[in-house]
Design a protein around this ligand. Structure first.
Ligand code: GRF
Length: 189
């Protein structure tokens, strides 16, 4: 059984979708959900779905081995699903090509520090882009810079608001993220 730990900071729609997708898998399971935000809705969602979830503060994540040790003991892969902190090098090095992130834009455009959630979609509207999409990539020590695993684009209409784009991206995430994670794990072993 390959074990996935999910790191998330927010609502958790991707986390919920991934947990449900692997619920009946005999090969892959989500064993842990961790968040840097005590009140993050993702923690309630994980608990409701029967997955162990807990909170850690930024300082312990960055300056102690607490989270690193839990991940090493309980996970083979790490999935970032709306996680807003940079991953410490020690964790990156311990999980080579085993940390997967989803970004709500077509990287390398609209990536990097501060580019998350509506900030991304507002920038896409402001620049009058005619397409946006999702990027699923391996994680390295910098925001949104690891090797790209999968991208899918969606048309942006002139009349689309940032909220319209967010909804289109949400659909792409729901449809593709679990399948891409499964493909990576089954191919990498
Ligand atoms: C998603 O848009 C994802 O692309 C980005 O953060 C958001 C997480 O949303 N990395 P949710 O918390 O899974 O609903």
């Amino acid at each position: 059984m390959k074990r996935i730990a999910i790191l998330a900071s927010g609502t958790g729609t991707n986390t919920e979708n991934i947990i449900k997708y692997f619920k009946n898998s005999s090969l892959i399971s989500v064993t842990l959900v961790l968040s840097n935000k005590k009140e993050a809705k993702v923690l309630e969602k994980a608990t409701r779905l029967g997955v162990t979830s807990s909170y850690f503060d930024k300082n312990s994540f960055r300056n102690t081995n607490a989270v690193f040790t839990i991940l090493k003991e309980q996970a083979d892969y790490i999935v970032l699903a709306g996680f807003l902190l940079k991953i410490p090098l020690k964790i990156i090095e311990a999980f080579p090509n085993k940390i997967i992130n989803i970004h709500p834009a077509l990287l390398p455009k609209y990536g990097g520090k501060g580019m998350y959630g509506m900030h991304v979609h507002n920038a896409v509207v402001k620049n009058r882009e005619t397409a946006s999409g999702i990027t699923i990539h391996y994680v390295n020590e910098n925001y949104d810079e690891g090797a790209i695993i999968f991208q899918k684009s969606v048309e942006v209409l002139v009349c689309d608001t940032a909220e319209d784009i967010a909804q289109k991206i949400h659909v792409l995430e729901q449809e593709n993220f679990p399948k891409v994670i499964e493909k990576v794990i089954l191919e990498n072993g």
